[in-house]
Design a protein around this ligand. Structure first.
Ligand code: BEZ
Ligand code: FE
Length: 295
């Protein structure tokens, strides 16, 4: 044994023992798992010094790519399926509620509060479309005053924060409150499929492994109501390319809806849009919080 007692055979136990003084029990158990799995991983792949340096360089490049509007670590977690795994673990429930999916890196600015029916497309890039639905509790009770936070990419596949110089601030973002019947409605554009940012190290990883960077067309929603578990989800557009190969594994069958062409002058007038019009309907069911977790 060497002076520090380090050996290949017992590396994980030796490092784990160095954390014995950790006061926080959760941190202690997380470190034990991290050291155990990381040492097993290194023992399995047996990296050379050069390979390990490349791994360090890769993570350094991921960190360097991050700024106020670009989160390369979130992208890395997304393309490795870890974001969806954390989401699945955090949303285990026996209650029949709307499925959750990945948050993504573009909910980085607060959505402005808007009136029901408002048009969130400020740049006019995309085919006009009404998004509407109802928010209910698991037993079917409509949830009035629920917060519905919506954001999406424009018809060219870009979020406002990706093109700050050419896109109006808060383009395609809005925070709405459901009416007395639990309904929300807004005007937007038909979402388009788009590539996740692939000009950094995560893009290089995808290219090196023959994976494409695309996500199918979708609108993001965070829905919150008193006494209910908040929901982070998307509505995906039926027939969009990439529904079966989302770069971040976010698609769930239950979240796919058609964009219908509706010919109904009265309804068009109610939505403040020309007839006929495109309509994407998405109802949301929230899981009630257990009594002890209510504020
Ligand atoms: C998004 O849908 O906005 C997104 C999700 C994961 C990675 C990149 C973008
Ligand atoms: Fe998105």
């Amino acid at each position: 044994m060497s002076a520090t007692g380090f050996s290949e055979a017992h590396s994980a136990e030796i490092v784990d023992a160095s954390f014995a003084g950790t006061a926080d029990p959760r941190l202690r158990s997380v470190l034990t798992a991290l050291v155990t799995h990381l040492h097993d991983f290194v023992k399995e792949i047996e990296p050379t010094h050069d390979e390990w340096q490349r791994a360090v360089d890769f993570l350094t490049a991921v960190g360097r790519m991050c700024n106020d509007t670009r989160q390369e670590f979130v992208l890395l977690s997304d393309v490795l399926g870890v974001s969806m795994l954390v989401d699945a673990i955090g949303n285990r429930t026996s209650v029949a509620a709307t499925d959750s999916t990945v948050l993504g890196p573009f909910h980085m600015v607060e959505s402005p509060e808007r009136e029901l029916g408002a048009d969130i497309s400020l740049d006019g890039d995309g085919e006009p479309c009404v998004l509407a639905g109802r928010v209910c509790s698991a037993d079917g009770t409509p949830l009035a005053g629920a917060r519905v936070d919506v954001w999406q990419a424009n018809g060219s596949g870009f979020y406002d924060v990706q093109q700050p110089d050419s896109t109006p601030e808060s383009n395609l973002r809005g925070l709405f409150r459901t009416d007395g019947a639990g309904r929300y409605r807004l005007r937007s554009v038909v979402p388009r499929h788009y590539p996740i940012p692939d000009d950094g190290p995560v893009g290089q990883l995808l290219a090196a492994t023959g994976r494409h960077p695309n996500r199918p067309a979708h609108v993001h929603l965070i829905v919150e109501a008193e006494g209910h578990r908040p929901l982070t989800t998307h509505v995906f557009v039926a027939d969009s390319p990439y529904l079966d190969s989302d770069a971040v594994f976010g698609v769930k069958e239950s979240l796919i809806r058609p964009v219908r062409l509706v010919d109904d002058p009265d309804l068009a007038r109610q939505h403040g849009t020309a007839n006929p019009f495109r309509l994407l309907e998405f109802d949301v069911v929230l899981a009630p919080l257990p009594e002890q977790d209510r504020r």
